[in-house]
Write a protein that binds this ligand. Structure first.
Ligand code: AMP
Length: 195
């Protein structure tokens, strides 16, 4: 299974990614996590990415694409993968299509977690209160939403045109969403263990 999971910040991608990983036995590749590890380790990629991440902006495409391609050639990714947080721009999606086509390993499906703006705002505001975030941090959250609207939302059309898009309602409890999501994927691919 080769999958992509996308959706706006606050849609619950990370949580659902864990469920998909367990059900289908694929490696979970989260670009945000890889960047954070690189920042922590003060690597070259980390140094390049940090200023963008701090502002809530997307890291430049060439940096991200290089990093993901290096990850996808690792042995553990040969049995299948779930990309979480990548692609986030149409240019990244095109680079991924090219790369997978060259390797004769096309995507099986792209899941979009659909959550309305009002609910997202509620969830993000709730998180902010809980974590006692500052105004600066609130601004970063707003910036991340803006980046999503402008650069990532167009992936919907891109993947629909490629016949890969699977829309999943992201509202309700974690269990409700994961049941919907796993059912949709099983229906589409005919794979995966029964819950
Ligand atoms: P995330 O944990 O997925 O929200 O990612 C945290 C941050 O890492 C994002 O706000 C971006 O700055 C950066 N990032 C992660 N994935 C990508 C990507 N595919 N393209 C550009 N920037 C990314």
């Amino acid at each position: 299974m080769r999958l992509v999971l996308f959706g706006p910040p606050g849609a619950g991608k990370g949580t659902q990614a864990t469920r998909i990983k367990e059900a289908f036995g694929v490696v979970h590749i989260a670009t945000g996590d890889i960047f954070r590890a690189n920042v922590e380790g003060e690597t070259e990629v980390g140094l390049e990415a940090q200023e963008y991440m701090d502002r809530g902006e997307l890291v430049p495409d060439d940096v991200v694409i290089r990093m993901v391609e290096a990850r996808l050639v690792q042995p553990d990714a040969q049995q299948g993968f779930l990309l979480d947080g990548f692609p986030r721009t149409v240019a990244q999606a095109e680079a991924l299509q090219d790369f997978l086509q060259r390797n004769d390993r096309p995507l099986d499906a792209v899941v979009r977690l659909v959550v309305g703006e009002d609910e997202l705002f509620e969830r993000l505001a709730g998180r902010q209160r809980e974590e006692g975030r500052t105004d600066d941090e609130a601004e970063v959250v707003e910036q991340r939403l803006e980046e999503y609207r402008e650069k990532t939302a167009p992936l919907e059309e891109y993947y629909r045109d490629h016949g890969l898009l699977v829309d999943v309602d992201g509202t309700g409890t974690v269990d409700e969403v994961s049941e919907r999501l796993l059912d949709a994927l099983r229906e589409r691919t005919g794979e995966g263990s029964q819950a």
